[in-house]
Design a protein around this ligand. Sequence first.
Ligand SMILES: Cc1cc2nc3c(=O)[nH]c(=O)nc-3n(C[C@H](O)[C@H](O)[C@H](O)COP(=O)(O)OP(=O)(O)OC[C@H]3O[C@@H](n4cnc5c(N)ncnc54)[C@H](O)[C@@H]3O)c2cc1C
Length: 433
Amino acid sequence: MNAREEIREPARTVPVRHEADVLVVGGGAAGVAAAVAAGRRGARVVLAERTGALGGLASGGLIVLLLSLDDGRGRQVVGGLCQEVVDRLDALGAAVHPPPREWGSADSARVEAWRRYGLVWGRAPQVVRYAVAYEPEALRVVLAGLLQEAGVRVLHHVLACGVAREGGRVSAVIFESKAGRFGVRAGAVVDATGDGDVFTAAGCAHEHEEVLPWLWFLVGGVEDADAAAAAGAGFRTPDPGRLLLPWGATPKQHRRIDPTSPEDLGEAELACRARVFEAFRELRQRPGFARAHLCRVAEQLGITESRRLLGRHVLAREEMDRPRDDAVALTGHWTRAGALYWIPFDSLLPRELSNLLVAGRCISVDHRVHHATKEIPACFATGQAAGTAAALAVAGGIEPATLAVPSLREALRADGAILDPPDATGPAQGRME
Ligand SMILES: Cc1cc2nc3c(=O)[nH]c(=O)nc-3n(C[C@H](O)[C@H](O)[C@H](O)COP(=O)(O)OP(=O)(O)OC[C@H]3O[C@@H](n4cnc5c(N)ncnc54)[C@H](O)[C@@H]3O)c2cc1C
């Protein structure tokens, strides 16, 4: 965009409406995990979210597949809050996933059965993964419950649009709202906006990607969802009459967009919604879809990546399968069975600031590692790590960036996070039957 004219905004003071030990910006998987982890450790936590709902892409984006909590070799590598979320979804009857005895199995019938739910990806030879298909509204209810139990103050409909910096720290984040601008003061801040809005406003180094837009949708009234999924029409969901359609624009249909540009986003939303409607009308022509209806289109575009922090460490592809004693989260790779990344604390820390942490899809990793760390289980794991670090630092009267990593790792393990794959510690940490 070329700004031909500029307007000088008058300097202004804004009221501080809230004070917190830990402020988490963004209520997606990473932000909720950060807020719950910090709240459970006794911190006064405010979670600020620009929409009226929790879950981000994992609910409103209809990306309703946790890919994956394992490493593709039958070992669970993401636990902690992500596992708690799965347990709570299970208790509501709102999730479907392979049992532990099937993880890592190459049995072709089992692989095909779970592939129909969208839970098996990657090249042959494929194996069954510990991945989970779930209901988006159930996830929202589960996340809200976790936040409430952890005593987190949730502010909806507030957009972080600036920061107040004092030296090498963020002393407050400025929000825009219908009630005007205001600040939230905090001892530590977690940027879980997905797009790195807080670290960008604070002037931290980052990379910026342009991507093809996606818009996933759900179709109801399907006669035989299993047969439709077998024929490649979409994925089965926990609700037997529905299919999940992971619709994405091809380069012929749409250009790559800058996911932080309102002009690009607005134009892509309109174009993709029209394309999704066309795709649904085509689907109606297939056998078994005569009574199908479009039951839900994602509320937001599927944006795989936008800004990524250039932090104290940029985790690179070459570091795959390389254990680290400063890891605060692990993740497998959804398309590469057997691959494993140890995510260091330094990938959550900007170089420039001492009390800002970053969690979720905008952490400091290279483009190829991002393919793995952007996945929802990994976002839960880095969120839990960031929130735990923030709470421990504030309680200890120190800056998060100076926290001793061994004590953070000890706290995370105590809270169920997996930092050592089972064969590194002897007995399996994954849940086995
Ligand atoms: C097309 C596509 C397919 C994918 N497929 C899968 C899959 O099958 N399985 C899987 O596990 N993962 C998948 N992913 C990845 C995964 O969905 C996301 O990377 C993950 O959900 C990101 O979580 P997050 O919490 O980091 O960010 P988000 O979910 O983006 O959450 C960020 C939150 O911050 C809020 N926010 C943003 N800016 C501000 C601001 N300035 N102020 C206040 N609030 C703000 C947003 O409203 C949002 O709620 C896919 C992603 C895409 C786009």
